[in-house]
Ligand binder design. Structure first.
Ligand code: GDP
Ligand code: MG
Length: 449
């Protein structure tokens, strides 16, 4: 799925990722290549334009240039933009209605409506424990109603019994009555499609909508048709007001243009992806996860996300300055503790990032105890601002107050104060001898234990 786009983006970004530093020309060439890759993936031109316009200021601005790993920062920027284009947040199916909640599936012939109706029913039954009724309103194509019935039987789902020669609105009415009697939670209506949009199809869907008042009117669109699927969605939306989209045949879609253009072009969220012919082949749509897949580098993206929060270079530098000047305070210590705590959670993957491997090694050598970090943090938080910047004033009564506030005891406070003194002394000594570039040296951690 989306292999073509993934391969291209991976190629472009991998090259940049390796570079220890990036200049503006390199980044601009990269952006040009990304633009071409998106166009080749059949992403709508306005969407591509906006994509590049949005990332450009970030990519050639400070964020990249000052970062320790500019290539990876660029990956993160592209990733963020992909998530936004895909719709930013996961939008689950809306079933908010006095039961039964009606879902109307519309779309062209062959787009996958009937198959998707059954997939969706199984999905809602399994994941949300809903009691479902399936109804075919396709009275035009021979054996269309029969097709749904057979599929339901195979998959142990309820289908409304077929009565010959009934018109769609009457069938829909019958379904509502049956659902009320049976205590059904959700009715899924499979409608008739045509080979192309026409007025009679739209007016029939309008009548059905008036009768069943669906909470979801979902367009089932074939992702293989790319921008045609997107235009189709716009037209359907204008005519009958869609609530969301289900993209099918995503398993065969090497490009991804429809998925990437849909939200921005139509304003309607994609809620599910059909990823195969089997009934289980329906996935909820998550912009973030799909962006990961498209970039083919999911792990690194989340890693950069964490690391860029954790390794706040500016703050570390500032602390180092203070240490050199000999005025290391409990506030600085708190900052260090928090960084260590955050990084502790992401240990194991840390080594993937250049420059962080060293810190990780230090942490392992030091055998950091997470609990200690937490209790030390609580203690510092119970200190007043004055106490943090000038620990010498922490008298007996203050120690008592801090121990109560942090849920520890005076002995623990005494120990921390002693460690802190030792640390300040050592830091001063080390900073004279050149000192570490960033993070805490192992010697300090050993002192902490
Ligand atoms: N590979 C693949 N095939 C699909 C998918 N969804 C539907 N199909 C196939 O597309 C064909 C038409 O589906 P159908 O549900 O009858 O379309 P309808 O005319 O809109 O009701 C069937 O052969 C399905 O198995 C999908 O997500 N992936
Ligand atoms: Mg059908």
């Amino acid at each position: 799925m989306f292999e073509n786009l993934t391969n291209k983006l991976e190629g472009i970004l991998n090259n940049l990722k390796k570079a220890p530093s990036l200049n503006q020309a390199q980044v601009e060439t990269g952006l040009k290549e990304i633009r071409q890759a998106l166009l080749a993936a059949d992403v709508a031109l306005p969407v591509v334009k906006k994509f590049i316009e949005d990332i450009k200021p970030k990519a050639i601005g400070q964020e990249i240039i000052r970062s320790t790993s500019p290539g990876q920062m660029l990956v993160k920027i592209v990733y963020d933009q992909l998530v936004e284009v895909l719709g930013s947040k996961t939008e689950g199916i809306n079933l908010k209605a006095v039961p039964p909640a009606s879902i109307l599936l519309v779309g062209l012939q062959g787009s996958g409506k009937t198959t998707t109706a059954v997939k969706l029913a199984k999905n809602l039954e399994k994941n949300l424990n809903k009691k479902i009724l399936l109804v075919s309103l396709d009275i035009y194509r021979p054996a269309a109603q029969e097709q749904l019935k057979v599929l339901c039987e195979k998959n142990s789902l309820n289908a409304l019994p077929i009565i010959k020669d009934q018109v769609p609105v009457d069938i829909a009415q019958r379904a509502l009555n049956a659902a009320n009697l049976a205590g059904t939670d959700v009715i899924i209506f499979d409608t008739a499609g045509r080979t192309q949009i026409d007025l009679s199809m739209m007016s029939e869907i309008k009548n059905i909508k008036d009768a069943v008042k669906p909470v979801e009117t979902m367009l089932v669109a074939d992702s293989l048709t790319g921008q045609i699927a997107v235009n189709l969605a716009s037209e359907f939306d204008k005519a009958i007001n869609l609530t969301s989209i289900i993209l099918t045949r995503v398993d065969g879609d090497g490009r991804g243009g429809a998925a990437l253009s849909m939200k921005q072009t139509t304003g309607k969220p994609i809620k599910f992806l059909g990823v195969g012919e089997k009934i289980a082949d329906l996935e909820s749509f998550h912009p973030d996860r799909l962006a990961n897949r498209i970039l083919g580098m999911g792990d690194i993206v989340s890693l950069v996300e964490k690391a860029s929060q954790d390794l706040d270079e500016e703050k570390i530098k500032l602390t180092e300055e203070k240490i050199k000047k000999g005025n290391f305070t409990f506030d600085d210590y708190l900052l260090q503790l928090r960084q260590m705590k955050k990084m502790g959670g992401m240990e194991g993957v840390l080594s993937l990032l250049p420059g962080v491997g060293k810190v990780k090694e230090q942490m392992q050598n030091a055998n950091i105890d997470e609990k200690l970090l937490i209790s030390n943090e609580a203690i510092i938080l119970s200190m007043t601002k004055k106490e943090r910047s000038n620990p010498d004033i922490i008298s007996g009564s203050r120690r008592k107050r801090i121990s109560l506030g942090s849920g520890t005891d005076v002995q623990t406070i005494n120990r921390l104060l002693k460690q802190f003194k030792m640390m300040s002394k050592m830091m001063k000594k080390m900073s004279k001898g050149g000192g570490p570039q960033s993070g805490m040296p192992p010697e300090l951690f050993n002192q902490l234990k």
